[in-house]
Write a protein that binds this ligand. Structure first.
Ligand code: ADP
Ligand code: ADP
Length: 219
């Protein structure tokens, strides 16, 4: 059983740009892996396809057992909300919003009531090491702490798949190492984690590396 299963996936953009070309990639439940490659090699396009934010031009994308082509946009949004967490280089935290509220927002479309959302947000912030930062606003947090809040928001709904696009790109190396350690802990807890990174040391420290060049997976 694979959480991600891409078969001969191609994504072309208008202007005859082939961002991803005939990619086959299977990722099992519970894996931790890096996607690496030079700028323009198709990493972000891959992550968007895997995150069901985009659909392939040709080929099949199966996520958590669902063929993306067989789902309407609404069903795709539901799959994404319930099963996939996203983390980006930019933390995407709203100015003035306390950490506990930002994390609780990760359950906004889950049907869980406000009191339980808050309780689970506190538990999740505790899990990422921020039990003493519940009411802190983004401007009161370090970069590494902000990324931990963003990760807590991404995993509060216990997604099958956590997609991280350059999660350490805005952090100094010590904070970045802390974020990678947190991703390892989440993986140890059973979450599948895929990390796009330019950082060779991070990539080679992970159990599996998918190397892209010119839209193709080359290793
Ligand atoms: P990476 O994340 O590895 O830098 P991308 O997936 O962003 O690679 O880009 C792969 C290729 O697709 C590049 O040549 C890029 O210019 C092109 N590309 C990405 N997004 C678009 C778009 N929306 N429209 C046209 N070309 C795009
Ligand atoms: P980039 O580095 O390419 O600017 P962004 O962080 O802006 O990346 O996000 C890339 C894409 O993912 C955008 O289309 C954005 O709307 C979408 N996106 C960002 N955050 C989420 C989220 N939490 N859930 C779903 N889609 C998201």
């Amino acid at each position: 059983d694979f959480v991600v299963d891409l078969n001969m996936v191609t994504r072309t953009y208008p202007g005859d740009v082939t961002a991803v070309r005939e990619v086959c990639l299977s990722v099992g439940y519970g894996e931790l892996l890096a996607i690496v490659g030079p700028s323009g090699s198709g990493k972000s396009t891959m992550l968007h396809l895997i995150g069901t934010l985009d659909r392939p031009t040709t080929g099949t994308v199966r996520i958590d057992g669902h063929d993306v082509a067989a789902l309407a946009d609404r069903q795709l949004s539901a799959l994404r909300a319930r099963r996939i967490g996203f983390v980006f280089q930019q933390f995407h935290l709203a100015p003035g919003q306390p950490a506990v509220e930002a994390v609780a927002d990760g359950l906004l479309y889950s049907g869980v009531g406000i009191a339980e959302r808050r309780a689970r947000a506190e538990a999740t912030l505790t899990r990422v090491g921020l039990a003493d930062r519940l009411d802190h606003e983004p401007h009161q947090l370090s970069g590494g702490e902000k990324q931990r809040v963003a990760i807590a928001r991404a995993v509060i709904g216990e997604p099958a798949l956590l997609l991280a696009d350059e999660p350490t790109g805005n952090l100094d190396s010590a904070s970045g190492a802390g974020v990678v350690e947190l991703l390892r802990e989440l993986h140890a807890g059973g979450t599948t984690v895929m990390v796009i990174t330019h950082d060779r040391d991070i990539a080679t420290s992970l159990p599996r590396q998918v190397v892209m060049r010119d839209g193709e997976v080359v290793a």
